[in-house]
Design a protein. Structure first.
Length: 247
C-alpha cells in the first residue's frame, strides 16, 4: 500500500533564506576583518588613547621654526655627514639617541653636541614601550639618559618612543622622570624607502611652522636632506632644535 505523506511537514529552507544567511555571515566576517586591519595598521589601545594629549606631535607655530629629528641606532659615519650638511646650512636638529648605540659611539655623541645640536633619548634597546611595565619604561629611559650625561655632562629632557609606540606606563615614566614625549608631524619613512625624492616629498608637503620632521641616519636621507632644508628656509621657516620649537 502506498504511504501518504502528511501535508503539514515544515517547508524546506528557501534559496532566499539561504542567501540571507550567507549575506549576514559575510557582513560579520567583514567587520571582524576591518577590526583586525585597523588594529594592525593603527596600533592603539585604551591606554594609548588616554595619553595622546601628553605626547607632542607639533611645535609652537608662532615661533616660526621647525625641527629636523634623527632617531639614531646606527650609522655613526652618516651622522657625521648629517652634521656637515647642517653646518653648511646653519641649521639645527635634535638627535634622539639609542643607548646601546651610544655605548660604542661616544665620540659621535660628543660631536653632535659640539656642533650645536640637541640630544634626546630614544630608549636603550629600541623596545615597544606600549608593552613595557612602568619600571621597564623608566629603565629604558634612565639607562640611556645616564649614559648621555656620563659622555657629555648634559641632562636629557626629551624622549622619543621607538616606533612611536607608547602607553599609559610610558606617560607615567616620562612624568616621573621629567621627560617630554616627542612624536612627529611628518615622517619621511626613510628607514624603509630608498628614493630621496619620496623622502623630500613627505618632508616638505604642506610646510608649516611647528613641523617636527622625523628621519634616520640613512644614505638616502643624506641625499634628500639638502633639498629638505632649502625648502623650509625658502619658506622662511628656521630649522631649530625640538626644545626651541615646542617651547
Amino acid at each position: 500500500m502506498k504511504k501518504v505523506l502528511p501535508n503539514n511537514l515544515p517547508p524546506k529552507p528557501t534559496s532566499r533564506k539561504v542567501a540571507e544567511l550567507i549575506s549576514s555571515l559575510v557582513i560579520v566576517l567583514t567587520i571582524v576583518a576591518l577590526a583586525f586591519i585597523t588594529g594592525v595598521t593603527v596600533p592603539q589601545d585604551n591606554s594609548t588613547a588616554s595619553v595622546g594629549n601628553f605626547a607632542i606631535y607639533k611645535g609652537n607655530a608662532e615661533r616660526g621654526g621647525a625641527a629636523l629629528m634623527f632617531n639614531v641606532y646606527e650609522g655613526s659615519d652618516i651622522v657625521m655627514e648629517i652634521l656637515s650638511i647642517l653646518r653648511k646650512y646653519s641649521a639645527k636638529a635634535t638627535f634622539f639617541i639609542g643607548g646601546i648605540w651610544a655605548e660604542n659611539n661616544r665620540e659621535a655623541i660628543v660631536a653632535i653636541l659640539e656642533a650645536g645640536q640637541e640630544l634626546g633619548c630614544h630608549g636603550y634597546l629600541h623596545k615597544d614601550h606600549a608593552k613595557l611595565s612602568l619600571e621597564q619604561n623608566k629603565e629604558e629611559i634612565v639607562k640611556t639618559n645616564r649614559l648621555i650625561k656620563e659622555i657629555t655632562g648634559k641632562t636629557v629632557t626629551l624622549f622619543a618612543p621607538p616606533s612611536g609606540s607608547f602607553g599609559e606606563n610610558t606617560e607615567k615614566a616620562c612624568r616621573a622622570l621629567g621627560q617630554k614625549m616627542i612624536l612627529w608631524t611628518k615622517d619621511t619613512i626613510d628607514w624603509r624607502d630608498a628614493d630621496p625624492a619620496l623622502l623630500i616629498k613627505r618632508a616638505t608637503k604642506d610646510i608649516a611652522s611647528g613641523d617636527l620632521i622625523l628621519m634616520h641616519p640613512k644614505t638616502q636621507t643624506i641625499k634628500a636632506l639638502p633639498e629638505i632644508i632649502e625648502a623650509y628656509q625658502h619658506a622662511n621657516i628656521s630649522l631649530l632644535t625640538v626644545s626651541e620649537v615646542i617651547g
